[in-house]
Design a binder for this molecule. Sequence first.
Ligand code: FES
Length: 174
Amino acid sequence: MSKKPKSGLAPAPVKSASNPAELKALSVCASHGNRASELLEILHDVQHELGYVPESVLPVIANAVNLSRAEVHGVVTFYHDFKREPVGRHTIKICRAEACQSMGTDHLCKHAEKSLKTDMGGTSPDGSVTIEQVFCLGNCALSPAILIGDKLYGKVDAKRFDEIVAGLSKETAA
Ligand code: FES
C-alpha cells in the first residue's frame, strides 16, 4: 500500500536514490528515523554533509519522511540559511546594516560583485568565493565589516577587499 502524505497534498513521485547525494540524503533521513517532525534537522544535516541542498534530493527526502515534495521545497526556500547551489571554498559575509552602510558598504558590495563576477548570494565562476549579505557583525565601530569563516575584518574598502581575496587564493593554493 502506498504511503499518503500527512498533509493530504499530492504525494511526491516515487523517487529512489540514484546518486551519492541522494544516497547521503536517505541515510540522513534514516538517522532521524524518517520523521517529518525532524525535517529542519534533516535539511541542516544534508547541507552539512553536501555543502548545500541540491534540488535532486528534495523528492528523495519527501518520500523518506512521507511529505509532499512541495512541503519540503517550501521549507528549503523559506529559510535563507539553506543553500540551493554549491558554495565556494570561502564564504565572505558582507555587513549591510546601518553603521556599515554609512561607511560605504553599498559601494563595497558592488565592488565585490564586480570583482568576483557574481551577484550577492552567488559564487565566483572559479568556485572559490561565495558572497553573502548579513546585517550587523557586531563590528560597527570598524565599519564596513566582513566575516570570512570565524575571522572578522574591519574598515574594509575595495582595495582591502581585493587584498583579502588575494590572500584567500594564496591560502587555497598553499
Ligand atoms: S552595522 Fe556592520 S558590523 Fe554592525
